[in-house]
Unconditional design. Structure first.
Ligand code: BG6
Ligand code: MG
Length: 220
């Protein structure tokens, strides 16, 4: 039986991609090149330092480790400022309803995010009370597609991988779920998230009944 849901944060529960985008775009501008919305798609689900490497490759820049740390820090300071202005209106459609339904039916809920800012985002949007466990970029060593973040989440809520379902908007996240031996629901387009057991355009209208139907599919 399915006993837990593990949620990615950015792009699944809240729309933070736009803040990452403007913070990275400003950094690129300061470095003298243009960073487009299309470029930003490549940073979905990617860790902060790996995102910076992608950005610098777009600008054709090679910097020292020390310079890179300084730039990542400066981007993050800006990003933190943007997210400090977030509120519940930025929760994505259907997310709150699903979290409430899971809670009322006794299904465990855990966060599995690459972000080191996850706690702050959950607090500003009022989502913290819905979680039984929070695993974020501060608790993990390996980034998705490594399964670490989801294996730790399942462990923290006391369920086996085959009893957990992962909700993800990034291809690397679906791959991480698969490697963890967990079923997955992709939020986005089927072109990109075809490896998921089910792909939805948003969480809107997704019910616990539909979740339970995933039990009939074999765990990866
Ligand atoms: C992921 C986002 O959830 O977190 C990425 O999809 C982001 O875009 C990554 O780079 C790390 O986030 P943060 O908040 O630690 O810089
Ligand atoms: Mg995401």
């Amino acid at each position: 039986p399915i006993k837990a849901c593990l949620f990615d944060l950015d792009g699944v529960l809240v729309d933070t991609a736009k803040y990452h985008y403007i913070a990275w775009r400003q950094l690129a501008q300061e470095l003298g090149f243009t960073f487009t919305e299309e470029d930003n798609e490549r940073l979905k689900g990617v860790s902060r330092m790996a995102s910076l490497d992608i950005l610098l490759s777009i600008g054709g820049l090679e910097l020292t480790e020390e310079e890179k740390l300084r730039l990542a820090e400066s981007k993050n300071e800006r990003y933190v400022e943007y997210i400090s202005g977030m509120d519940a209106s930025e929760i994505l459609p259907g997310a709150l309803e699903l979290l409430q339904a899971l809670r009322s039916q006794g299904i465990k809920v855990a966060l599995g995010s690459a972000s080191k800012n996850a706690m702050s985002i959950l607090d500003h949007t009022g989502l913290t009370p819905y979680f039984d466990a929070i695993v974020d970029g501060n608790k993990t060593v390996s980034a998705k597609p490594d399964p670490e973040v989801f294996l730790l989440g399942a462990k923290e809520v006391g369920v086996l991988p085959e009893e957990a379902v992962v909700f993800e908007d990034a291809e690397a996240g679906i791959e991480a779920a698969r490697r963890a031996g967990m079923r997955s629901v992709g939020i986005g387009s089927a072109d990109q998230l075809g490896q998921a057991d089910l792909v939805l355009s948003s969480l809107s209208g997704f019910s616990v009944k539909q979740l339970k139907e995933l039990e009939h599919l074999p765990a990866p």
